[in-house]
Design a protein around this ligand. Structure first.
Ligand code: ACO
Length: 426
């Protein structure tokens, strides 16, 4: 199939590619050569930047598939490490592959001892994401034997290192902020159990892992593992397209994720729910969200792609109740969240604009119940998303169509003009 684009009466045909599912795409790579025109698409709402086999989203139906598997099934039956394997390798592992992968990841959990000194350069009150950007970027200064991006073996080792070391790095960021000693990883524990211990354990005593907490956090990691070509993943791909090493690319992804419109929304959502405080105050905040002159938005609501319920929010809504019940926590924030969701979903403004709760709406409530300070929320997101980022980066490195990413622009500034010496400027 082809699509004809006609400008000034002159038309040309462009190939239309069909994906395995989802909308077809018009291949406009020759458009500029044929017409001297670019397309204009701020925010890339109509632009596919790459071909990918990893994740599929149908935002209208609220569907999220990783390598074809629905996210609800993965969250219910799988583990984070298994999902990481799936994202990287395309298939679920058999028992032998699973055990080998677990062994490999487990053997990379420690960080270079000298890396600990980096933390001491940060203020104690530094945001964990500031530390994560710096420390993950610094990994490229320590692991020279896995930065040759043209060597598939080195690329694989870099993937394993990043997945393995992120929990250690994130836990160290937390420990540094509370002034407690860093804990070395304990390889007999699960990926998530090990992270919990490095975060909340102390060397003075044994740390007991609560299996409900371990399971809920593992689910949160699964639900955040990948999400197609979102802002931070596109950032990782764009950074990688120039040939930057994988540690630097992931640091770029972390920087992008930090923003409140992206990964920072779970922190902002919980802060908003706490500020609302009790269900009676919800109408006031709904009115603010609808007021065009007020920049306030309901955090944890709305999504660029989902124009239906975010399937991840459904899983987390149920998990929030289970975790709070098991831990015996009665947090009014959960009641406020449920009531806010109920009111917003029956309000014309939110219905018309198809604004539904997203993954960040309930995740903060669970993380807070587990004991994480809000400032750690986005760091946990980065920890989980590293698997998706590195899987997408690997796919890009193996893509023969891959070129340096270089968007164009619609220039609306001055035309050419002559330089005016300082003394002659009015
Ligand atoms: N509260 C109130 N109104 C909203 C909200 C919201 N949370 N989100 C969107 N709208 C309104 C906008 O005001 C706009 O109205 P208009 O058409 O009258 O101007 C309309 O809905 C469309 O909004 P856009 O900003 O154009 O939608 P976009 O797709 O660019 O934005 C985004 C998506 C950034 C997620 C937005 O919904 C938002 O800011 N939500 C709150 C932050 C948040 O929860 N982010 C997490 C996203 S999920 C993630 O990153 C893991």
């Amino acid at each position: 199939m082809t699509a004809t684009i006609s400008i000034d009466g002159k038309g040309a045909d462009y190939p239309v590619h069909a994906g395995s599912i989802g909308p077809e795409v018009i291949d406009i790579r020759k458009l500029y050569g044929n017409t001297g025109r670019f397309t204009y698409d701020p925010g890339f709402t109509s632009t596919a930047s790459c071909e990918s086999k990893i994740t599929y989203i149908d935002g209208d139906q609220g569907v999220l598939l990783h390598r074809g598997y629905p996210i609800e099934q993965l969250a219910e039956h799988s583990s984070f490490l298994e999902v990481a394997y799936l994202l990287l390798n395309g298939e679920l592992p058999n028992q032998k592959e699973h055990d080998e992968f677990k062994y490999l990841i487990t053997r990379h959990t420690m960080v270079h001892e000298q890396l600990a000194t980096f933390y001491r350069g940060f203020r104690r009150d530094a945001h964990p994401m500031a530390i994560m950007c710096g420390v993950v970027g610094a990994l490229s200064a320590f692991y020279h034997d896995s930065t040759d991006i043209h060597d598939p073996k080195q690329r694989e080792i870099a993937c394993h290192r990043l997945i393995a070391k992120m929990p250690t790095i994130a836990a160290m960021a937390y420990k540094y902020s509370v002034g407690q000693p860093f804990l070395y990883p304990k390889n007999s524990l699960s990926y998530t159990g090990n992270f919990l211990r490095m975060t909340f354990g102390v060397p003075a005593e044994e740390y007991e892992i609560n299996p409900v907490v371990e399971d809920a956090l593992d689910k949160i990691f699964i639900l955040h593992a990948d999400h197609e070509q979102n802002a931070s993943t596109s950032t990782v791909r764009l950074a990688g397209s120039s040939g930057a090493n994988p540690f630097a690319c992931i640091a770029a992804g972390i920087a992008c994720l930090w923003g409140p419109a992206h990964g920072g929304a779970n922190e902002a959502a919980l802060e908003m729910l706490r500020e609302i405080g009790r269900p009676e105050r919800i109408p006031e905040y709904i009115a603010r969200a609808k007021n065009k002159d007020d920049p306030f938005r309901l955090m944890g609501f709305g999504h660029r792609v989902y124009k239906n319920y975010d399937p991840r929010a459904k899983v987390l809504g149920a998990a929030a109740t289970k975790v709070l019940d098991t831990l015996g926590i009665s947090d009014p924030v959960l009641d406020t969240a449920r009531e806010l969701e109920r009111i917003a979903l029956s309000d014309d403004y939110f219905i018309e604009k198809k604004l539904y709760p997203n993954v960040d709406f309930y995740s903060g409530i669970i993380l807070s119940a587990i004991g994480f300070p809000t400032s750690m929320f986005t760091a946990l997101f980065a920890l989980a998303r590293t698997t998706g980022w590195i899987a997408q980066w690997t796919e890009m490195m193996e893509d023969t169509d891959q070129r340096i990413g270089r968007p164009r622009q619609l220039y609306t500034g001055h035309g050419p003009r002559d330089y005016v010496p300082l003394a002659q400027r009015g």
